[in-house]
Structures are given as structure tokens and as C-alpha cells.
Design a protein around this ligand. Structure first.
Ligand code: GRF
Length: 193
């Protein structure tokens, strides 16, 4: 059977992308990354993709901060089709996914979020957790639907909040958990699909 073909979308550092690619190279994740794409032209995720010699692309500029333009989203769908992507993996992708993309990949778009959803949806979830004073937070791998951070949950990992945590220390601890959870959750998902 051929390996699942993944397109990874990200806007930032790309540490989750790197965790996925390393899991693939170490045979912990039986898949293939066929494209890395970013809405941010100078995002480190694109540099990391180049270092792994993976195809990478910048998306069309958008007049909106939180989403692509309708044309930009259609162009993204075409790009994904051109690379014959079967799954769209959001790894720190900061735009809300809209209908053309959702319709093109039904139940095939997966995101990682830095909280135990449904708690702390949206931006800076680790800061929300600190402000709320919870003793435990975590990360969630979930399907993407039209409701932001609202799709069906695939897997979660718990992370303690320590008394002297700052936003930076808590986020770093959550990211360590993300790098374990994401490849493991995708491997289980692809095996079951
Ligand atoms: C992660 O914390 C992820 O949960 C969130 O965005 C961050 C991306 O980090 N959606 P990176 O670009 O993978 O390092």
C-alpha cells in the first residue's frame, strides 16, 4: 500500500513539521510529506523544509489577516491537488480554513492545538491557561471543520502547569508534548483509515 501523502501548512517556526519529518525518517510515521506551504514568505518552516529538500511554496498574499482571500484559498487547493496531497496537516498555520479547502479535503485536514480542547480555543492558549490558573493543560490533535478549534478530537496529551511557569516555559513544555503526540496520533489515524 502506498504511503499517505501529506501537505503541511505552517506560518511560523515549524518545530511540529520537523517533528513529523523526523518521525518519518525514523520510521515512526509511515507517510510522505509532498509539500510544505506557508502564508508567511520568510517563515522558518520554509527554510526547514528546504533543509530536508522537501518541496515548499509560499501562498498568495492575502488582504485579510486571519484568512486567505477566496482566490488564494482556491489557488491553495490547486497547489495541493498538483502535489497529489491526500491529507492537509496544519502545524502552526495561522489562517482560518474556509469552505473551498474544507470541501476539497473532507475529514482529511488535521490540526494541532496547544491546549486540552475544548478548553482555551484560539490564540495563545498557554497564556489563557496561565490566566485561568489551571494546574494542567496540554495539546490536542483534531480534525478541522468550519468551527475554529472545534472539530472532532483525535488525540490529546496532558501537560502540568508548574507554580513558577511563565508563558514561555509553559509553551515550551506543551511543544515538547506536541512533538511526541502529533506523529504518534497521525500514525494511528493513518493505520486506522
Ligand atoms: C504550536 O504550538 C501549535 O500547537 C500551534 O502553533 C504552534 C506552532 O509551532 N497551532 P511550530 O511552528 O510547529 O513550532
Amino acid at each position: 500500500m502506498s504511503r499517505p501523502r501529506l501537505a503541511v501548512l505552517g506560518s511560523g517556526r515549524g518545530s511540529n513539521f520537523v517533528a513529523l519529518q523526523e518521525a518519518i525518517l525514523e520510521h515512526r510515521l509511515d507517510a510522505e510529506i509532498v509539500l510544505v506551504a506557508s502564508d508567511v514568505p520568510d517563515a522558518p518552516i520554509l527554510t526547514r523544509a528546504a533543509e530536508f529538500s522537501l518541496p515548499h511554496a509560499t501562498l498568495l498574499p492575502s488582504p485579510f489577516k486571519t484568512k486567505l482571500s477566496p482566490e488564494g484559498e482556491l489557488a491553495l487547493v490547486e497547489l495541493l491537488r498538483k502535489h497529489e496531497a491526500e491529507w492537509v496537516i496544519l502545524a502552526g498555520y495561522m489562517r482560518v480554513v474556509k469552505q473551498p479547502l474544507l470541501d476539497a479535503f473532507p475529514n482529511r485536514i488535521v490540526n494541532i492545538h496547544p491546549s486540552l480542547l475544548p478548553a482555551f480555543k484560539g490564540l495563545h492558549a498557554w497564556e489563557q491557561a496561565l490566566r485561568a490558573g489551571v494546574r494542567e493543560t496540554g495539546c490536542t490533535v483534531h480534525f478541522v471543520n468550519a468551527e475554529v478549534d472545534g472539530g472532532a478530537i483525535i488525540a490529546q496529551e496532558r501537560v502540568p502547569v508548574l507554580p513558577d511557569d511563565t508563558p514561555a516555559t509553559l509553551h515550551a513544555r506543551i511543544q515538547t508534548a506536541e512533538h511526541r503526540l502529533f506523529p504518534a496520533a497521525l500514525e494511528r489515524l493513518f493505520t486506522a483509515s
